[in-house]
Write a protein that binds this ligand. Sequence first.
Ligand code: DON
Length: 573
Amino acid sequence: MNKISILLLCCILSVFVLNAQSKTKWLGAGKAVDPYNYTQVKHEFYNNAAVSCAHPLASLIGAQIMKQGGNAFDAGIAVQLALAVVYPAAGNIGGGGFLIAKKANNSFLAIDYREVAPGNSSKNMYLDKEGNAQLELSQNGRLASGVPGTIAGLFATLPSAKLDFKLLIQPAIDLAAFGYVITEREASSLNANQKSFLKYNNTKIAFVKDQIWKAGDTLFQPELANTLIRIQQNGAKGFYEGETAKLIVNEMNKGNGIISLTDLKNYKAKFRKPLSFKYNGYSIYGFPPPSSGGIILLQMMKMVEKTSQIQKGFQTPEATQIMIEAERRAYADRAEHLGDPDFWKVPIKTMSSDTYLAKRMSDFIPGKASKSAEIKAGDIKESEETTHISIYDKQGNMVSITTTLNGGYGSKTVVAGAGFLLNNEMDDFSVKPGVANMFGAVGGEANAIQPGKRMLSSMCPVIVTKNGKPAIVVGTPGGTTIPTSVYQALVNSINFGMNIDDAINKPKFHHQHLPDEVFIEPNFPAELKNSLQTMGYKLTNRASIGKTEMIFIHKNKIEVAADRRGDDSVAGF
Ligand code: DON
């Protein structure tokens, strides 16, 4: 499409959008949320409400929604929809996620809107005739997609919100129809994916351009705007039935896709019970299976809580070593025992018991690296681009949402005519026992593919209270590194007394049992590297671990921080 036809389409759309319901355009040059001129704010204090997420425009929209009388749930819905437009690598309507929240009335909410395996999926669907795993198929293109859950998740959240859904989706429609200016980082991410976009799509998509993308270019997504308008007018049915559902199935039929109209119509978000535990006087609430996030976090934190090593402090060899060994052991359990609890009996009770965790650490030797070959999963008889949103409002609602397409831009396939990317979440299943997925995670029967089953996740949205009062909202993307990032952000804050800007931005480390190595971020101190190497650890450099968004609720103010590794930004008032 050339510039003139894009502009023409936008004019037609704008008439449609304006007629659809909005009296005035919500966003625009010079308005509170100006998609053509915005800046990042990394660390701030507010009195009434705060949002931290991967894109400044989405954070501003969340804050604006709360200014207009919405609560943290209204903001959560509007921010996710905005991210689906301004952060296409991970923000989504074609993916899924998890929301955990504590409401002002002290009740808790955990909404699971993870994708599910399509009805026509099967255990060995990614194996060739010789039984070799075909990871190209589980990671790219139409067959890689699970049935999307995000829109069902938004509508499961809506009863906790205050404003009309039509208002909450309007900013996203405006951003898609009227465009927004992209950053340097977004331009290079889009440029890096041009070949894949061409390979996995056979129609022209909004992300493909003849010249290279540059910071300051405007991205228009007219087809996505129309899809959002259908959702605005028809609710969840505007996605799971009718025109959008037909477009998804048409896209499947262009190649090897298997998502059917029935799969879409049957998709349901599920309400789960948060997984909670006590840590140093705080109550921590994480997401239960089908995410491994909450249980891994629980195990890692409980394994270090009462140790003398953790008291030694930040970046000491003692504290770092015991944290690494806790990571190793928790991830060994993940591979063996975790899967969708509706299909597999997950031994959560044992995995979280003090006795079991003490036994897991009984072979820990201070000053000497354990070996993953010797640390199997515990014996018990009874799962890159994602995005996180942390929100708090003064009424006391805490909302923590992690949502994803799985890899950056998911399957790389855009639903033709509907303008949104589909996830490649099927790769989070164990496609073959022992074969590592795109994050190096292995698994077995617990996480094998079955129709209707949810693939194991590492996503770890968390809320924390102290003496029953709101204390922390935190979460991050990062594949298997998600629970370790949240773990380190919490330990940095609770044990090491850091402010949240430091707690999320100091260099991190990650061990996931296999491979038997510690991944470290740039700026990891040389002296600490030497100490760990002397203990026998293999260290591997990694560009970055996580992009954490954190809120700390002080007595009279709300402190909010956005990760400095990306374009992440906070907003509030
Ligand atoms: O659910 C999971 O664990 C993965 N699909 C998350 C992917 C992810 O975080 C990629 N991001 N950096």
